[in-house]
Ligand binder design. Structure first.
Ligand SMILES: Cc1cc2nc3c(=O)[nH]c(=O)nc-3n(C[C@H](O)[C@H](O)[C@H](O)COP(=O)(O)OP(=O)(O)OC[C@H]3O[C@@H](n4cnc5c(N)ncnc54)[C@H](O)[C@@H]3O)c2cc1C
Length: 496
């Protein structure tokens, strides 16, 4: 039977796991990375989520620079998902990490509060892996769950359902100029183009039902403007249980059918898409949240809207709350939380919510949202699960409340991974455990290793929405993103 014994085992080769493995190896650890699929990148590649939001230096910036160098980046941060698989793999190998593909973590052997082995399954049969520190970057906190670490799933306010999920897809042969023009005209008329056209298609019997109010389109770099390939985030399933394989299968089947409807819809209704062709389904379902470990600190949605900073902050999030509504196809999103009193710098207004927004009871007080231009930090303690001593988590399964898991976007995931790799190496070298490690030291090393946590975020990569608007105004890109429906209109504050 194959067996491995390493310093650090990273489970899951998504963007968090890749950064964790590179960081661990660069800091001197014998590192093994196991990935269930046959390529790295997770949702960013196999899930076709190809726009990297809130990139913040470090390994993430290295990756973007390498993508740019081979012509696989559309400014500022849209990636070619296929080339990304190659670039990530090269970065991991160059750092000295051993990779095992098509290998799943299926169990953990725990003695007291220590994981002795993670049991993996592969074509070679069962593979036990022992390590000094385990990093769970599976997105679903699989290892934490096998080891008996505490976790939460879904939103209490929504009966434990997860956020709605999205199977992304690719369309080719799009005339982006025509599409942009239609978008501009629709905006001038105050119309949400895709939602409006969907309504018409439903009335005409060309779509069996309204699929989702928003649509996120990313350019595949290197394809010409009049013949563009794009990735599309639009299909949605609701009432999701993202740790239940039967329900996950239901979601995939339902959304593949939606995508077939959508290809026809785009062709018939959306300007610029008349010749479009479905060129690929994502091979990973877009799960936004599943298990969230309970860690030494639980990041709260109040921390997020109030842009809190922490002494042990190791990653930054400057985007908006982005809870894809668990039950309402019509509303689509929930971008606010409720506070008893308004708090700075959150953008607040007296609550105006409907029972559809909060089906188990409408909270009062004030609706509070992130003020554009502000950012919060994610403390190191969110990567440290309770109860198990030699485990760290990174990525979308960290310790955060249901709405605060908005920090799951790719830039912060990569910073979390980089921090987990540094923390694992510090623990092994100093003979300590993640819980006892001073997170301020991890932050200091993150800064030394290229993540500029001591400086204002670089607006080109970080204040993504503002950057996109600026580049578009200068005519440097033709990229289009729909404004989030129902967002408050708040000017982005200028910073010097
Ligand atoms: C539809 C959708 C749209 C989004 N849009 C954006 C966006 O526009 N911009 C942005 O920045 N972010 C966006 N996000 C968020 C972002 O893409 C993800 O949250 C982020 O990529 C998660 O990274 P991760 O490494 O934590 O997890 P994942 O990408 O899920 O990676 C986990 C990896 O672990 C592997 N794995 C899982 N379990 C096991 C196991 N037991 N054993 C071995 N391997 C395992 C999986 O195969 C996968 O490769 C979006 C998310 C979704 C779902």
């Amino acid at each position: 039977m194959k067996k491995f014994d390493v310093d650090v085992l990273v489970v899951g080769g998504g963007m968090a796991g890749v950064a964790a493995a590179i960081s661990s190896a660069r800091n001197g650890m014998r590192t093994l990375l196991i990935e269930g699929q046959t390529s790295l990148g997770g949702l960013a590649t196999n899930g076709l989520v190809t726009g990297i939001v809130d990139a913040d230096g470090g390994i993430c910036k290295e990756f973007l620079d390498r993508m740019q160098a081979i012509g696989a980046l559309y400014p500022p941060t849209q990636i070619d998902p296929e080339k990304a698989k190659y670039v990530l793999e090269q970065m991991v190998l160059e750092a000295g990490v051993k990779i095992l593909y098509s290998t799943y973590a299926i169990d953990a052997v725990v003695e007291g509060s220590v994981i002795k082995e993670v049991i993996c399954w592969s074509k070679s049969g069962k593979i036990p892996v022992s390590a000094k520190i385990f990093i769970d970057a599976s997105g679903d906190a699989d290892v934490a769950a096998y080891a008996g670490a505490p976790y939460e799933v879904g939103g209490v306010e929504y009966g434990g359902f997860n956020q709605s999920t999205t199977l992304c897809f690719k369309l080719s042969d799009i005339d982006m100029r025509r599409y942009n023009e239609a978008m501009r005209e629709a905006r001038e008329r105050g119309v949400a183009l895709i939602a409006d056209l969907q309504e018409r298609a439903v009335q005409n019997g060309d779509l069996p039902y309204f699929i989702f109010p928003g649509c996120l389109i990313y350019n595949v770099p290197g394809t010409p403007e009049e013949n563009r390939e794009v990735t599309v985030t639009m299909a949605h399933s609701f009432y999701c249980r993202c740790t239940d394989v039967e329900d996950l299968t239901r979601q995939i089947i339902e959304q593949r059918q939606q995508i077939i409807y959508l290809e026809k819809f785009f062709r018939k209704y959306v300007p610029g898409f008349e010749r479009c062709r479905l060129s690929g389904f994502a091979s990973l379902l877009g799960v936004r949240d599943s298990r969230r470990v309970i860690g030494e600190y639980i990041l709260t949605s109040e921390d997020v809207v109030c842009a809190r900073k922490f002494e042990d902050g190791i990653a930054r999030f400057g985007s908006f709350l982005n809870t894809h509504h668990p039950t309402s196809r019509r509303l689509g999103f929930k971008r606010h939380i409720h506070l008893k009193e308004p708090k700075e710098p959150a953008v607040c207004r007296p609550a105006q919510c409907s029972a559809e927004m909060h089906p188990l009871g409408v909270p009062g007080g004030y609706e509070a949202r992130v003020r554009p231009g502000e950012y919060c930090e994610i403390p190191y303690r969110c990567l440290v699960p309770l109860k198990i001593d030699n485990l760290l988590v990174a990525g979308r399964c960290i310790s955060a409340d249901f709405d605060a898991i908005a920090v799951r976007i790719i830039g912060p995931c990569m910073s979390m991974g980089q921090a987990a790799g540094i923390a694992a190496a510090l623990c092994v070298k100093n003979g300590t455990i993640p819980r006892k490690l001073d997170g301020r030291l991890v932050r200091k090393m993150m800064i030394e290793q290229g993540v500029p946590l001591d400086k204002e975020p670089d607006p080109y990569y970080f204040r993504w929405r503002a950057t996109v608007a600026e580049l578009k105004a200068k005519g440097e890109i033709d990229y289009v993103v729909l404004p989030p429906p129902g967002d408050f209109v708040v000017p982005v504050p200028k910073r010097t």
